[in-house]
Design a protein around this ligand. Structure first.
Ligand code: MG
Length: 389
């Protein structure tokens, strides 16, 4: 490892990107941001660039390039725009690790490019492994790259697995907060609006992942992600609802021992653990006072009220491009729900319809995923537009 690790932060204006920026800024002896990228939030990108002084700032939307240049060129910071620039910036010589903190399918192309170039990945974009986990696993087998998960659950599992033999794992137990509607009846959930779903009890996150938490699609994605990250068979991966979000996940071993990682819900810790290649950074999060915790409770997830949760094992059993279709349809449905164009359970119905109608490919390559993503988006858009809400 080099003395100062040079990092490309994709999605620097989002919740994870901003918290990663804190860590990089507070630890110049360890980290330097050489590339910063954002989707459309050009002002946030400018602010981050003026603070972190990268070599290059990239905005995905080319329309915003003149504005970016105007602010950063006088500061001697290079500027670029567009999806090609995004894929190119991660393979630069002055990048040792890529933090993929973008939302959605868009995280796939730069991750693939970074792995092909042998860069390490701090993976916060869960859709990458959900959409194309088998492809990423194959690419990693031929590359010196390693993936370090940023998601709190997968970071917890990685921490529990430290020093253990993966062959002794009996189960991965992924914890779920249950979201804001955990105790609600199905009828009541059916009437919720985006504003209700955006009030997450424990974590402050972006809008898309907050809705995914409310539907439990997020947990389904995390089970799929765990399968690819740790190479554990689907039947050995399960979720348990733990509303306090203190136990971040657990691993059971074949002697019956269960290891858990606990801590206050603060993403600085898993981000720092990933940037440090599974080493600890002192002071990442405050102490957890166990005496102040009244109780830690656990219950089974309810796929009846949260049907999106049930899609996890369906995706893993059917395989191929199924999870790619589910992800694409979910992105369309969540965007429509956020605009109050469809209801809560229409999100699941949109996805189920896309699974039924999209073409199935058993062993997709990269181009198949691109095609499948486009097809599923078109099918889901049709479905969403057909809903009279
Ligand atoms: Mg998570």
């Amino acid at each position: 490892m080099k003395d100062v690790k040079r990092i490309a932060v994709l999605g620097v204006t989002g919740s994870i990107g901003q918290q990663a920026s804190d860590i990089i800024k507070n630890h110049p002896e360890r980290y330097r941001a050489t590339v910063l990228a954002a989707g459309r939030r050009v002002d946030g990108l400018i602010r981050a660039a003026l603070e972190l002084r990268p070599r290059l700032a990239v905005i995905a939307d080319p329309v915003l390039l003149p504005r970016l240049r105007e602010a950063l060129a006088p500061e001697g910071i290079e500027c670029a725009a567009g999806s090609e620039a995004l894929a190119e910036c991660v393979v630069a010589d002055d990048v040792d690790m890529v933090l993929t903190a973008t939302v959605g399918y868009s995280g796939l192309a730069p991750t693939v490019a970074a792995i092909k170039a042998g860069k390490d990945i701090a993976l916060a974009n869960k859709e990458t492994l959900v959409v194309a986990g088998d492809l990423i696993t194959r690419l990693l087998a031929d590359s010196p790259s390693r993936i370090y998960p940023v998601d709190s659950e997968h970071s917890a599992i990685a921490q529990c697995l430290a020093g253990e033999d993966i062959a002794t794992v009996r189960r991965l137990i992924v914890t779920a907060s249950g979201g804001p509607f955990r105790t609600w009846t199905k009828d009541r959930i059916a009437g919720v609006k985006a504003a209700d779903a955006l009030k997450h009890p424990n974590w402050s996150m972006g809008a898309k992942i907050t809705i995914d938490s409310a539907t439990m699609m997020n947990k389904a994605f995390e089970l799929i992600e765990a399968r690819h990250l740790f190479g554990i068979a689907p039947e050995r991966i399960e979720a348990v609802v733990h509303p306090q979000s203190i136990v971040h996940s657990m691993v059971e071993f074949d002697d019956g021992a269960i290891k858990a990682q606990l801590g206050v819900p603060d993403m600085h810790l898993p981000i720092a653990y990933a940037l440090g290649e599974h080493s600890r950074l002192g002071g990442s999060a405050r102490s957890l006072s166990l005496a102040e915790m009244a109780s830690l409770t656990f219950e089974l997830p309810d796929a009846e009220r949260f049907p999106c949760f049930g899609l996890a094992h369906r995706c893993m059993e059917r395989g191929g491009n199924t999870a790619c279709v589910v992800n694409a349809a979910n992105e369309i449905a969540v965007a429509a729900f956020l605009e109050d164009r469809i209801g809560f359970y229409d999100i699941y119905d949109t996805i189920a319809d896309a699974i039924a109608r999209a073409g199935f490919t058993a062993e997709p390559d990269y181009d198949d995923f691109v095609a499948s993503n486009s097809e599923a988006r078109a099918i889901a858009s049709d479905y969403v537009n057909s809903i009279n809400h």
